[in-house]
Structures are given as C-alpha cells and as structure tokens.
Design a binder for this molecule. Structure first.
Ligand code: ADP
Length: 274
C-alpha cells in the first residue's frame, strides 16, 4: 500500500490521482477482507473438532463407561485429532507453497512412477471408503515422459485429484486416470469420475481456500476444503494449468496441463522395454 500511495502522489493529473487512489484503497480493503475471512474460516475449522474432543473428554471423565464404550469414545477422539492434524498440515503446505519460488529444472520425475503411486493410494482409499462395491478404477500412461519439478508436490497434486474423485463418487462408480501428450506437445494428467458432478456456478470458486459445494459430504470423507487450493498452487508453480469440467449428474474431469518446457522423454534403462 505504502509504495503505491507514493507513486500516486507524484502523478500529475488530479483526476487520475483520485481514481488511482481509490483503486489502491479498494485493493487494500479487499486483501484485508480476504485475510479476515481466512482467519475466521481457520478458527472455525479448528474449533469444531476441538469442541467435539472436549465433549468426549468430559464424557470420559464423568460417566462410568465399560471398556467397549471407552474404546469407542477413544476411537472417535483419535479421529477428531487426526482431522485437526490434517488441517494444520494442509495450512502449512499452503503457506510454504505461497512463500517459495518456482522449482527449477534440476529434478525430473517419471510420469509412470507418479501414476503408479496414485494407483496404490487410489486402490487403498477406494477399498476403505467403499469396501463392498468399490470403484471401477483405471490407470493409463500414453507416452511416458519426465516432468521437472518438486517430486513430492507433483505427487501430491496428482493424488489429490484422484482422492477427490474417489471420495465424491459413490461406490460402484467409475474413476479414470490418464496421462497423454496433447497435439501441441504439452502433457495432460486427467482424472475423470462418474460422480455427482458440480454445478457451473461453483466451478470458478472450487480452488478458493475452504470453498466446498457440500460441507457435510466433504467432512464425512475427511476433506479440509484446502485440497484444490493446494493443487492449483502446485500447478501454477510448475507453469501448469488446472482445468475443471463438470456436468451435474454426469461427473467431473479435473486435469493438470504441463508446458512442453517442463517435459522431456523418459530415459529407458538398459535392457528395459519402453
Ligand atoms: P475438500 O477437502 O472439501 O474435498 P477440495 O478443495 O479438495 O476440498 O475440493 C473443494 C470442493 O470441490 C469439495 O468440497 C467438493 O464440493 C468439490 N469437489 C472436488 N472434487 C470433486 C469431484 N471429483 N466431484 C464432485 N465434487 C468435487
């Protein structure tokens, strides 16, 4: 704010000056309002599990419970602690991402390895969330390449989109993960699901911190509301673009499109078939 005001004062035209000044103040006010919203959201998100935890502690202290009941309460308490831990971890991840420079071209990770890790995690998550019906999961890599960036970040962005697809798609549904080269040489990682879909008006807001279409569904499946904000940050830092398409009642498709400059052919080890 300070620097901008100074430059405004040396502007020779009074009419423009007022315009610039008011625009400056609006931006400052908006930033301030966003910060307040964010703090209010974080406080609320932390307070909810804390209140639940405190309630359970009180119950354990005051009620004579048998071993089975105690175990049930302790399990619920562990769940709430875990939820707070996830939230704080996501917040730390976001603030680290916001404060650091774009990764250089010094570290390369194979797409096939990233997708293989997604597959492991996805199958695990699906069998936990939909133990009987499961999901019809499929994974394919067309034209394996290497991506330049931070391996843990790339993995986390890719896994996050898959975990959302599985979490929001009821058991029995279909989730398809693909990597392919686009005609212009860019590389696209995409996750398509046959879940509930998202109404058009929500789509532009999905990457806002704590924005959720259905708060209770998100909580039920362990969501913090920060996942897509993190994915978007990671994509941006890698010069990539996050694309979201969805049709209510049909399903969604989330894709990360990587620029040619961050891709190179996968090296084939001796004796290995590409
Ligand atoms: P959350 O932790 O709530 O999943 P995200 O930032 O990952 O937070 O996603 C934001 C919101 O976008 C979710 O709460 C959900 O409403 C919606 N969403 C994300 N992925 C999907 C999907 N595959 N299908 C339907 N809705 C989704």
């Amino acid at each position: 704010g300070q620097a901008m005001r100074l430059s405004v004062q040396v502007h020779p035209y009074a009419g423009n000056r007022r315009m610039l000044l008011s625009r400056d103040i609006t931006a400052v006010e908006q930033a301030e309002a966003m910060r307040r919203d964010f703090v209010a959201n974080v406080s609320h998100e932390i307070r909810t599990p804390l209140t639940v935890l405190a309630g359970f502690v009180e119950t354990l202290q005051n009620l004579p419970l048998d071993a089975e009941e105690r175990a049930r309460y302790l399990a619920l308490m562990a769940q709430q602690s875990h939820r707070m831990e996830t939230l704080v971890n996501d917040l730390l991840t976001l603030s680290r991402l916001e404060g650091s420079a774009a990764p250089t071209l010094s570290q390369w990770t194979r797409v096939r390895a990233l997708v293989a890790q997604c597959e492991d995690e996805g199958r695990g998550l699906s069998s936990r969330l939909a133990p009987s019906a499961g999901h019809r999961l499929s994974f394919s890599v067309e034209g394996d390449v290497e991506i330049a960036g931070v391996p843990t970040e790339l993995q986390s962005a890719m896994s996050n989109l898959l975990s959302n697809a599985i979490r929001y798609t009821p058991g029995g549904g279909e989730v398809t993960v693909t990597w392919r080269a686009l005609p212009d040489g860019r590389g696209e990682y995409a996750v398509r699901d046959s879940g509930p879909g998202i109404a058009a008006e929500h789509i532009p807001r999905l990457t806002e911190r704590f924005y959720r279409v259905d708060r209770s569904r998100s909580r039920e499946t362990g969501g913090t509301g920060l996942g897509l904000a993190i994915v978007k940050h990671i994509a941006q830092r890698h010069g990539a673009e996050l694309r979201i398409e969805s049709t209510l009642g049909t399903g969604s498709r989330f894709a990360i499109v990587f620029p040619v400059t961050r891709l190179r052919p996968a090296r084939v080890a001796a004796g290995q078939v590409a």
